[in-house]
Design a protein around this ligand. Structure first.
Ligand SMILES: Cc1cc2nc3c(=O)[nH]c(=O)nc-3n(C[C@H](O)[C@H](O)[C@H](O)COP(=O)(O)OP(=O)(O)OC[C@H]3O[C@@H](n4cnc5c(N)ncnc54)[C@H](O)[C@@H]3O)c2cc1C
Length: 299
């Protein structure tokens, strides 16, 4: 049976939280795959919660909702649907959130969102929120009981003029009512630890869950990093480059790097891990096996 549990409650237990991010499938084949992967991960990995993204440009709103329901009702996960401000009025967003609440969801990831494909700037709906902070405020104003995640950027949001300014806006987001922060992916743990220290220094006290993506394909990782501003450490680049023509070796390099990152993060106090696995089960299972051999996520 599925129990609705706010993620903020999960984060106060004395064991690290494991979460997995899915994205809504683009076609029927993808739909079959996500269900198979989710089932496999539920059985073998038992994440504490899963999240499901909201397509860039708000393009998959219905699909996000559809799969959030399937993951919750059919597969029994605690689910955190993502929601963005892109192209949406306050009224539309209120209707979406009301539907989630009626259906028993108690967790949401509140984001500004990326601009739609083909555009490189975010355009606010004339009657909609400008920043994620405004979305958090809208939710807190209108609804009770949601545990709200927001995004944080250890290496700064790419549009922000400075790390200091970005952090002040993150603080506003938390003061507006965010319950926890999930970070953008990073490959160098010192960026996360430094980010946490800087957050604490300016009074951001909520849990900060590190987002980790195993680097399974060098070109893909380069693309993601170019978009989100994360650096690929030289040592990782060299290993991935050396494995350029060997997919299996490249995957092993990525899994091994992610394992080392996670072991270090958990042993040094991170409240859990949010895994970006791009709807793939095998690498996540391999990674978990490696982590369990280190005594991590053995529950
Ligand atoms: C964990 C995670 C999950 C994500 N999931 C999705 C998803 O499902 N769908 C999707 O489209 N994208 C997703 N993204 C990407 C995210 O939408 C982009 O990074 C987006 O560009 C910023 O979203 P945000 O919520 O961080 O925005 P905001 O917090 O609004 O920040 C955006 C920029 O505005 C600045 N800013 C904030 N407030 C102010 C202010 N008052 N005045 C001036 N500047 C300000 C910030 O410093 C930052 O540079 C995700 C990112 C992360 C880390």
């Amino acid at each position: 049976m599925h129990l609705n549990r706010p993620i903020s409650d999960l984060l106060v237990r004395n064991r690290p939280v494991l979460s997995i991010e899915f994205f809504p499938p683009k076609d029927e084949e993808g739909g079959v795959r996500i269900l198979r992967v989710a089932k496999e991960l539920r059985e073998q990995l038992q994440p504490d919660f899963v999240s499901i993204t909201y397509g860039a440009g708000g393009s998959t709103q219905e699909c996000t909702h559809q799969y959030a329901k399937v993951l919750k009702e059919d597969l029994g996960f605690e689910v955190m649907p993502h929601l963005t401000c892109v192209g949406a009025s306050n009224e539309e967003l209120t209707a979406i959130i009301a539907r989630y609440q009626k259906e028993g969801f108690c967790n949401l990831m509140a984001l500004r969102g990326d601009p739609p494909k083909g555009s490189d700037t975010f355009v606010q709906h004339p009657d909609g929120p400008r920043y994620a902070t405004d979305l958090v405020k809208l939710i807190r104003r209108t609804f009770a009981g949601f545990s709200l995640g927001v995004a944080g950027y250890p290496e700064k949001h790419p549009e922000s003029p400075s790390a200091e300014e970005d952090l002040l806006h993150l603080k506003e987001k938390v003061e507006a009512g965010a319950s926890f922060i999930t970070t953008q992916l990073f490959f160098d743990n010192s960026k996360y630890f430094d980010f946490v220290t800087r957050c604490r220094k300016i009074g951001i006290e909520v849990p900060i869950i590190p987002g980790i993506m195993p680097a399974l394909s060098y070109p893909q990782v380069q693309r993601f990093c170019a978009m989100c501003g994360a650096e690929i450490p030289e040592a990782l680049s060299q290993k991935l480059e050396a494995a350029e023509n060997d997919k299996d070796t490249m995957e092993s390099v990525g899994i091994d790097w992610a394992k080392e990152q996670i072991v270090d993060l958990i042993r040094n106090g991170a409240p859990g891990i949010h895994l970006y696995i791009l709807n793939r089960a095998k690498p996540a299972l391999k990674l978990l096996e490696a982590l369990r051999s280190e005594g991590i996520f053995t529950h």
